[in-house]
Write a protein that binds this ligand. Structure first.
Ligand code: ZN
Length: 147
């Protein structure tokens, strides 16, 4: 049998379990403003001090102005003067993983490429992934000349 590498990142946060963080995201989803897509999304961001910040998607009649739950919660973290995001749980449809869009991956990468992402799977199970693995080649200003 071929040996496969375990790509699930180690969950090192004793204060909260992946399933509990998913529950927090599910609570945040309740406040989603998504009258156009009818696809409410919730996100819960775990900080290094064990604080959890929640966010949801916010849509607009001008569709392109929609804000994803992940970018919403990152913006809240910044606006609240908080930092050190360690993990984020994201929920959409029950029992189905809700993976972030490319824009959100890039925004999360800015604050911690080693952030652990938590998704919901069937039968109330959690799936964890490393942000770095989902976005191996982020946009970077490295190599650019200073302005
Ligand atoms: Zn997004």
């Amino acid at each position: 049998m071929k040996k496969t590498e375990d790509k699930s990142p180690k969950w090192a946060f004793s204060a909260i379990s992946p399933l509990r963080l998913l529950k927090e995201a599910r609570e945040a989803q309740y406040y989603s403003y998504s009258p156009y897509s009818h696809f409410p999304v919730g996100a819960a961001l775990l900080l290094g001090n064990n604080e959890v910040i929640k966010g949801c998607n916010v849509e607009n009649a001008s569709y392109g102005m929609a804000l994803c739950a992940e970018r919403n919660v990152i913006a809240q973290m910044v606006a609240l003067g908080k930092k050190d995001p360690q993990a984020i749980a994201i929920v959409g449809k029950i029992g189905t993983p809700c993976y972030p869009c490319g824009a959100c991956l890039q925004v999360m990468w800015e604050f911690n490429p080693d952030m652990i992402l938590v998704f919901e799977k069937e039968n109330n199970k959690a799936e964890t992934m490393l942000l770095r693995n989902l976005l191996p080649y982020p946009f970077s200003r490295e190599g650019m000349k200073d302005e």
